[in-house]
Design a protein. Structure first.
Length: 214
């Protein structure tokens, strides 16, 4: 059973459902929770405006609900969501872009955008999101769009070329080159998956199926 505080609120931590990145903290009352469940769009109670607040209603940067979880005491919520665009009002992906020792420093969106994702592996989901955005918006001059227009055959050839470069880097025993070429390979592989509408999660699920321990 959920435990709301004296004001009828419960803290709700929003986490990117695929990357694991913590995006923001908000508060929900029972109505906000019910609306989130019913609409599939994360909705909070604004303590400053004393009103319901659907995240992204104005900016378009909504949070699409994937799953709701409660902590062991029932007094906090974990909201797993997929964001459409940046979550923070500064334009940053996440509201948690500053370390404590940076509080006296710059807090602009540009400094926020430079902050590395947490955990570092989140970059895979972020890159997949960017490729999907390029596929949808078709910006002129984009290398990703150019690859996608070539179709799976062309992209597959690039994957093969990059795989060869990875092998060469390994044979040379050069860790920096191996890391560089591996990044190229992973990027092109993600583009190939996107061209056939295969999500990275399908690959992760297959890995879990193969290697999960009872």
């Amino acid at each position: 059973m959920l435990k709301f505080d004296a004001n009828g609120l419960i803290p709700a931590i929003v986490q990117h459902a695929r990357s694991g990145e913590v995006l923001m903290l908000g508060y929900m009352n029972r109505e906000a929770l019910e609306q989130t469940r019913a609409s599939g769009l994360v909705t909070f109670w604004s303590r400053s405006r004393q009103a319901l607040w659907q995240k992204g209603a104005t900016s378009g940067h909504v949070l699409r609900l994937v799953e709701l979880r409660a902590d062991c005491d029932g007094d906090a919520l974990l909201v797993l969501a997929e964001p459409d665009g940046p979550t923070c009002h500064t334009g940053a992906r996440t509201c948690f872009f500053r370390r404590l020792d940076q509080l006296d420093g710059a807090s602009s969106a540009s400094s926020a955008a430079a902050a590395p994702p947490t955990p570092p592996s989140a970059v895979l989901a972020l890159l997949a999101d960017l490729i999907a955005q390029r596929r949808r918006d078709q910006p002129e001059g984009s290398y990703t769009v150019k690859l996608l227009h070539g179709g799976p055959e062309r992209i597959g050839k690039k994957v093969g070329e990059e795989a060869t470069e990875v092998v060469i880097g390994a044979i040379k025993g050069d860790p920096a080159e191996l890391a560089y070429e591996s990044a190229d390979l992973i990027y092109h592989l993600l583009v190939l998956l996107a061209s056939l509408e295969v999500t990275p999660e399908q690959v992760w699920n297959e890995l879990q199926r193969r290697y999960a321990t009872p």
